[in-house]
Ligand binder design. Structure first.
Ligand SMILES: [Zn+2]
Length: 324
């Protein structure tokens, strides 16, 4: 009896344990199933913008953390770096415009920060321009176009170069000697410029064109200057202290589309390359390889102008790799 009583009780207990086991495994498998569902939800969440890697490569001291904002359906990018103390700011990716939340409503005013630059390519000879190209260049040079077309937003640059105001940027600039000339630049440029200088001084020993340019055709450099771009009322990259102009002793050749336009009118884009003042290609290549772009490759050419834009050069490498 006892046994009989015991058995069923033991059996009942066994059943209870078994039931608990089944419930538990059921619960666990439900958990697995729901985490499986979680994984598939995660698959539906867009993946981090690929171009974020470009920024990580171009600015290796800056941490970029992406969090998906489901309400605004866009990535929030938190950028952090140390400049004295830790500094961070959050932008919305907004198709690589990097805008503060308050500017999302104005996104059509802005281009991507990766506006294209023909890295490593020679500039086109105006004698080969088609009528269509001439018209495109003329349109690009109109003040109305330049004022009303979307432009590169400065929010991200103002964060990394502390250039949202004259007061803040002036706390982050230094006057250095570069290639024998004094120039005031953003502190973030000191290292890349030292790399350019080292290579150019080496190149000068064997390259007469570069030596002649640096010794005879360069009078002075102009770097930081808190100013707006003349015809568009927007802050120039000289205000962020990441641009340097190379100026010759005499301004007797064409070097800036705007000055040429003032002289020659609508045909400014047709000035032959041989009549334009320009630094030697070997020098431009060194700058490009160290993260600087040259203004002579823009539609609206500015042949004296170099600008530190490592993200554009990384973008170019990334695009080439993608198309391989
Ligand atoms: Zn310039």
């Amino acid at each position: 009896m006892r046994t009989e009583r015991f058995l069923p009780r033991a059996f009942r207990r066994g059943t209870l344990i078994l039931m608990m086991f089944v419930m538990l495994t059921g619960f666990l498998s439900a958990e697995t199933a729901s985490s499986g569902a979680g994984a598939s939800t995660a698959q539906n969440t867009p993946t981090e913008p690929e171009e974020l890697e470009i920024l990580r490569k171009a600015f290796s001291d800056i941490t970029f953390t992406a969090t998906y904002d489901k309400t605004l359906e866009d990535w929030q990018i938190k950028a952090t770096f140390k400049v004295g103390s830790q500094k961070s700011e959050t932008f919305y990716w907004c198709e690589s415009r990097l805008l503060p939340e308050s500017e999302l409503k104005n996104k059509s005013l802005y281009l991507s920060i990766f506006e294209d630059y023909p890295y490593g390519e020679e500039i086109q000879d105006p004698s080969t321009y088609t009528q269509e190209q001439i018209e495109e260049y003329r349109y690009a040079g109109l003040s109305s176009t330049r004022k009303n077309e979307p432009y590169v937003p400065m929010f991200f640059f103002d964060f990394i170069y502390s250039s949202s105001s004259r007061k803040t940027v002036e706390q982050h600039i230094s006057t250095i000697t570069f290639l024998g000339h004094k120039v005031t630049v953003n502190d973030r440029l000191v290292k890349p410029l030292a790399a350019v200088e080292k290579r150019l001084l080496e190149l000068k020993k064997t390259n007469k064109t570069v030596a002649d340019f640096l010794d005879k055709d360069l009078d002075h450099l102009e770097g930081y200057n808190w100013r707006e771009i003349s015809d568009v009322d927007r802050k120039s990259f000289h205000s962020t202290a990441i641009a340097i102009d190379f100026l010759p002793p005499k301004l007797n050749r064409h070097m800036y589309w705007r000055w040429t336009k003032d002289q020659k009118g609508e045909k400014w884009m047709l000035v032959p390359l041989s009549s334009r003042w320009m630094p030697p290609y070997d020098l431009i290549n060194v700058f490009e390889e160290e993260g600087f772009i040259w203004g002579g490759k823009w539609l609206v050419w500015d042949n004296m102008h170099f600008e530190y834009r490592p993200e554009l050069l990384e973008y170019h490498r990334w695009k080439n790799k993608k198309s391989e």
